[in-house]
Structure formats: structure tokens, C-alpha cells
Write a protein that binds this ligand. Structure first.
Ligand SMILES: [Fe+2]
Length: 406
């Protein structure tokens, strides 16, 4: 974001203050709207609560040139942590709010100007508080006072409710702190309290969602010859290959967890077939191939699992149309499935089976170059993704060495 010059303008009339408060609240709503959009995407990015406050403060107080703004000199963000409170003090700079001191810890029973959890907004100016600026300083925590580095002349504080209770205290507005400042700070505190609560609930659900995907994948392979480490490696390889292939970080994360379900349909495949050492009969091969369709059915139609469904259904399709279950060819095959196919074959080549030994990394890369009895690189793989895979193959070697059978 380009730097916007800060213009400290001290309005004298209530109408100017009201207009400024309105504009600052609109800026806050825009930040809130953007944050909610990030929380509602396929793979939500959950914001750091303090970073969110600083971003909102910056949007609200770094006014456009000519418009003027009223920013406090310091903002103290404090939240409850067990029996204590912990806070970080931010200082206003021409580039926005920057941490000045923290964390500052104090007990709940320590007496200070702000009463965390009281639920009341406080607007205070030293002139209205006995008119003794020196005595006024005693109302503030010594560390906060010291970090501010100048006399505190006014402050506004407001409680933050929700999953991360605490308070926002803004110090030293130009001239006096007014009820307009209090209204803006209240809007910030109420909105951010709600966003924090929502973000922490989203994070919990997201964590459970990704955990359950891994658990389902491991459960479905209980009869298979492969072990849980195969799933972990496939997931890690996928993230590496996806990033190298131009997927965004979010898309790569979605691909990584979704890839774990590529063989979930094998839960329907008979155990003796999965562990049969010799070649399969024609009927057995047909039965084995059904795991792709079973996988699609198990995963279902949830939009959050659309990538997983595409991968499960198409990870055995071949670029030249010779794969199964539908004989798709080229770009008819979902790109995520073409990517997982490369990853799945690499890990299979590197793993020992009852009917074959494990290959070294070099031997596996040789198969991707020249093929073997089962794998024909030119016919089976997306040539562009194969090129990307070759460019990051050392990462695959490293991941395989790192994640070995449990
Ligand atoms: Fe498979």
C-alpha cells in the first residue's frame, strides 16, 4: 500500500468531528468486510488479532491528503491471559502504528485508568480530572507511561468482548478526546471483538476438518499394503509440486489436504485383493479400479471437498486417454488429478511392495525419464507438470528421506 501522508488536523466544530468519525467508521467497515471475505474462502486464512487491529487503526487514521484525521499518539491493546492481563503498546508513526513496547503484563487487581471488562467506554481529559497533569499520570501503568515517553493528556478506552476479552486504550488525541473518538473506538472494539470470535471459531472448525480428512484417509487404508506415511508424503509432495506449478498458497494447501483422500475408495476393495502379491486377474483388476468411483461417492458433493472428489475420481486417468475409470485424456483430466498422479507414482516407485523392491530416488527419476513395464511417462503424465516435477525433484528426495514408516 503506498504511503499516505498523515495530516493532523484539529477540527473545532462538532460537525467536522462527526464527519471524521463517520469516515473512520466506514474505513473500519471496509477492513471488516475484507477480513470476513478472507474467513469465508475455501481455505480460510485466520488473521492474527493484534495485526488486524493495527491494520484497522492504520486504515482509519492514515487519512487521505487534504481530508485531515485525528489519530491518538499511542494505542494499548490488552487482553486477559489467565489471572493476568497482557498488552502491547503501539506508537503512531508517519508509516502507521508500530509496536513501541510489549508485552506488558499486570494483575487484574492492579489499579489503572482502564477497567478491563467493565463494559463501559471511558473518555478522559486531564483538564476535567482535577486539573493536575502530574497527578493525572499516576492513573497509568508505569511501563505504559514510560513507553509513551510524554505526559498523557487524554485517553479513550473501550472493552473488547468475545473469545479474546480485553480492551483498546487510545492515548493523546490532538487537543481533547471527545465523544466522537469514543464512538469510533467503540465501533472498532465491538467489530473486532466479533471478528476475533468468528476467526477463532473458524480456526477450530478448520483444524477439525483437516484432521478428520487425514483420519478418514488413514482409516480407509487399514487393509492396504501402504501405511500412513504414504498419505503424509503424498500430501507434502503435492504442496511442493502445486506451488512450483503456479498454484497460490491457499490452493496448494487445499490440494495438499485433499490429496490425502485419493484412495479413500479402497475401503470397499477386498483386503485379499489389496495384498495379493501376484498379478491380478481381469475381474480383480476391474474390482480394484472401482476404488476411484467409490472414492467419489464417499467424498460426496460438498463444495469444500470438490478438489478431493476430482482427485479421487481421476488420479488413474492417463494423459493419452488409456487410464481409468472414464478414459479421459489431456486437459479433460482435472489438473489436480494429473498432479496427484505424478506424486502417487513417485511414492509407489520409492516404496517396497510384495512383488517389487523399493527404488532409489535416482532409479525412480529414471522411470520418469524412460519408463518401465508399467509406467510410460510420455503417455501417462501431463508433460508440463512432468517438467515442473523434474525441476523440484530434489524436494521429493528430501521429503521421502524425512517421512519414513511409523
Ligand atoms: Fe488409487
Amino acid at each position: 500500500m503506498p504511503h499516505r501522508a498523515r495530516l493532523i488536523h484539529v477540527p473545532r466544530r462538532g460537525r467536522d468531528l462527526c464527519h471524521m468519525a463517520f469516515r473512520q467508521t466506514l474505513d473500519l467497515l471496509r477492513v471488516t468486510d475484507e477480513t470476513l471475505a478472507e474467513l469465508c474462502q475455501e481455505c480460510p486464512s485466520v488473521p492474527d488479532p493484534d495485526a488486524l487491529v493495527v491494520r484497522a487503526l492504520n486504515e482509519m487514521t492514515l487519512g487521505e491528503p487534504g481530508q485531515g484525521t485525528r489519530a491518538p499518539s499511542h494505542v494499548f491493546l490488552v487482553h486477559a491471559r489467565g489471572e493476568e492481563f497482557e498488552g502491547v503498546l503501539y506508537r503512531s508513526t508517519p508509516e502507521g502504528f508500530r509496536p513501541a513496547r510489549g508485552p506488558i503484563r499486570f494483575r487484574a487487581d492492579e489499579s489503572h485508568a482502564f477497567s478491563v471488562g467493565s463494559g463501559d467506554v471511558t473518555v478522559s481529559n486531564w483538564e476535567d480530572d482535577g486539573g493536575d497533569l502530574g497527578a493525572y499520570q499516576n492513573r497509568f501503568h508505569p511501563e505504559v507511561r514510560e513507553a509513551i515517553g510524554e505526559a498523557v493528556r487524554n485517553f479513550v478506552s473501550y472493552r473488547v468482548a468475545g473469545d479474546r476479552p480485553g480492551a483498546i486504550i487510545a492515548f493523546n488525541y490532538p487537543d481533547r478526546a471527545t465523544r466522537y473518538e469514543a464512538q469510533v473506538l467503540a465501533a472498532l472494539a465491538v467489530t473486532l471483538g466479533a471478528v476475533w470470535t468468528l476467526a477463532s471459531r473458524v480456526a477450530q472448525v478448520e483444524e477439525a476438518f483437516v484432521y478428520l480428512i487425514g483420519a478418514l484417509a488413514r482409516a480407509s487404508e487399514v487393509n492396504d499394503e501402504v501405511t500412513g506415511d504414504h498419505i503424509v508424503r503424498v500430501s507434502r509432495y503435492c504442496e511442493v509440486l502445486a506451488r512450483a506449478a503456479g498454484y497460490t498458497d491457499t490452493e496448494a494447501r487445499v490440494l495438499a489436504y485433499s490429496s490425502q483422500l485419493h484412495d479413500v475408495g479402497k475401503i470397499h476393495t477386498p483386503r485379499e485383493l489389496l495384498r495379493k502379491p501376484g498379478p491380478l486377474t481381469e475381474a480383480e483388476t476391474a474390482l480394484m479400479r472401482e476404488h476411484t468411483l467409490h472414492g467419489e461417492k464417499i467424498i460426496g458433493t460438498s463444495p469444500r471437498l470438490a478438489t478431493a472428489r476430482r482427485i479421487a475420481g481421476a488420479h488413474h486417468e492417463n494423459w493419452d486417454g488409456s487410464g481409468y475409470p472414464r478414459g479421459l485424456r489431456g486437459e479433460e483430466i482435472p489438473r489436480e488429478a494429473r498432479l496427484v498422479k505424478i506424486v502417487d507414482v513417485y511414492d509407489a516407485l520409492r516404496s517396497a511392495r510384495p512383488y517389487k523392491p523399493a527404488l532409489s530416488h535416482e532409479e525412480a527419476m529414471e522411470v520418469f525419464e524412460r519408463g518401465d513395464g508399467r509406467t510410460r511417462p510420455g503417455a501417462h503424465f501431463d508433460p508440463e507438470l512432468l517438467r515442473v516435477f523434474r525441476s523440484v525433484h530434489e524436494e521429493f528426495r528430501r521429503i521421502h528421506a524425512e517421512i519414513q514408516p511409523w
